[in-house]
Design a protein. Sequence first.
Length: 121
Amino acid sequence: MRAYQMGPIESRFADIIWAHEPLSSSQLAAYSLAELGWKKTTSYTVLRRLCDKGLFQNENGTVTSRISKQDYAAMQSERFVDEAFSGSLPAFLAAFTSRRKLSAEEAAQLRALVAQYEEDS
């Protein structure tokens, strides 16, 4: 699967698209001005970069995503676990919980996810 990456500013811009899509490029420029203080040309430049990366498309002035925010986050999480923990989810969870304890509710949610995975396998 293709590796998509965005910097923090691009991520804020992408969040605007995900929150309001489909939207016209002029609506996107207006949101960008209001939320990021960007001029129209800056919005169009960043949009073109994100379209070139394959995350969004701008067809006939209508901007939509090619990948959902949830799918993007999942891919970034997978990449992080692969790079930092050699792909080991248990190693990631061990590191994560060594500094931040899970609540009883979070532990129950994780058990439910594992159970669901086992049922689907």
